[in-house]
Ligand binder design. Structure first.
Ligand SMILES: [Zn+2]
Length: 427
């Protein structure tokens, strides 16, 4: 019988990883796997997430009740019960139709009340949780009710012992990037000379390669010399910007969400201590706010310094929950129209001196008495381009952020067992 298994929050700060558990389950049930495992990244702005805030869904053929129990026990046995971890598992016969709930987990805060409400609507499912916060159930339900729009894939490879150091192979990563980009992306940060496929935490992940095509990911895997113990390709909402809520005015920017809207810059960008750039912005209705572009975003921070008052921009970023006034932490912007002319006091055509303003738009040369009734118009040399997306450098990308290099293929790849493996099963 077909079963969907949703799980979340089995990982913790000190190691452990929900995708590792999912991969083990896939390899143990290799002949009964019916689809790619889903890796759903949830709202990155929620404060109680563990490292990646990703939930998993697996579609398995479960042969008998014992098999279902084995799956459940395996998940619970391998979950880390510490700190903020609050694992949740849901096992159900079909995908759950809870669009509103799934959408909320991607973009917003899910309250305990909303969770209880969702739970009351779910029928014919086994639900497991460890503590009363039930937090892991939020992701577990989201993963089995997620509706795909845009998506990408990630091949995740694991090491046998999380205590081992990750051997980083820069040359291999550069090869991989040259051969397979843009079908793969975020492999290497050329700006900073850093490979991006290796995580830094204590988790069992050796590396992850992100891309549009699972076959290219498998080929990429073989380009990286490695001692991975097991690996699997996940279907994911990473690199899709799916978490962004489009809003029409700043008054709709709620804390803990990521929003996008059109704004105007009111003042010169202000560079503060630490190299961060502060922008004073207003929307079409005249509501104003502050936006911050952190130094760590490198390329985005550099671009923000080039902005000028009067520039019209499409921006996206996270609404800060802790600021005294509305503040948006900018994740990217696209100039819609840039100020191209500067208006200034005209110079006297006879003597070349700056004229003096005598009226609203009347100027006079004090020496020659020449009058001008118009400002001088000076064309500006702008470094920024209208219509171009300005984004953080790849090193400061978060899971859901969409890189400009992405070329979605719009192909439906069918699951196959060739997308999973382990050294043990190979030999
Ligand atoms: Zn003059």
């Amino acid at each position: 019988m077909l079963k969907w298994i949703g799980l979340d929050d089995t990982d913790s700060y000190s190691g452990g990883c929900t995708t590792w558990i999912a991969t083990r389950l896939l390899i143990d049930n290799i002949n009964n796997v019916l689809d790619f495992p889903y890796l759903i990244r949830l709202n990155p702005e929620i404060p109680w997430k563990t490292r990646g805030n990703g939930a998993l869904a697996l579609k398995l053929r479960i042969t008998d009740e014992d098999a279902e129990l084995r799956v459940k026990d395996f998940i619970l046995k391998n979950s880390r019960m510490e700190g903020k971890t609050s694992p949740g598992i849901i096992i159900c016969r079909q995908k759950i139709a809870l669009d509103f709930f799934a959408d909320k987990t991607l973009k917003d805060i899910v309250t305990k009340r909303l969770l209880e409400n969702a739970l009351s609507q779910i029928q014919d499912a086994e639900i497991y949780f460890i503590d009363d916060r039930k937090r892991g159930l939020i992701g577990a339900i989201a993963a089995v009710s997620h509706q795909w729009k845009d998506y990408t894939y990630e091949l995740i490879a694991y090491r046998s012992d999380p205590g081992n150091e990750r051997a980083q192979n820069l040359v291999d990563v550069l090869y991989l990037d040259s051969f397979t980009s843009p079908i793969t992306f975020l492999n290497f940060d050329r700006e900073e000379g850093k490979p991006l496929i290796y995580p830094h935490g204590p988790d069992p992940v050796l590396f992850g390669i992100r891309g549009e095509d699972p076959n290219v990911l498998m080929a990429s895997f073989n380009l990286i010399s490695n001692r991975a113990q097991m690996w699997a390709v996940f279907k994911t909402n990473q690199a899709t910007n799916e978490h962004i809520i489009p809003i029409t005015e700043l008054t709709f920017a709620r804390p803990y969400t990521t929003v996008s809207l059109t704004v105007y810059l009111i003042k010169e960008p202000q560079i503060v201590r630490g190299g961060h750039v502060i922008l004073q912005i207003k929307d079409a209705k005249g509501n104003s706010a502050e936006a911050i572009v952190y130094r760590q975003t490198v390329t985005l921070n550099r671009a923000a310094r080039e902005l000028m008052p009067g520039d019209k921009l499409f921006i996206w970023g996270a609404v800060r929950p802790d600021a005294r006034s509305l503040t948006i932490n900018i994740h990217g912007f696209r100039p819609i129209s840039l100020v191209q002319m500067e208006y200034s006091v005209p110079k006297c055509p006879l003597c070349g001196r700056s004229m003096r303003k005598t009226n609203m738009a009347t100027f006079e040369c004090e020496r020659c008495k020449t009058k001008s009734h118009a400002f001088a118009v000076i064309p500006l040399k702008r470094q920024l381009l209208e219509g171009k997306d300005y984004l953080p450098s790849p090193s400061s990308f978060k899971h859901l952020m969409k890189p400009w290099s992405r070329r979605p293929l719009q192909l439906a790849f069918k699951y196959s067992s060739k997308y999973y493996g382990s050294r043990a099963s190979r030999s």
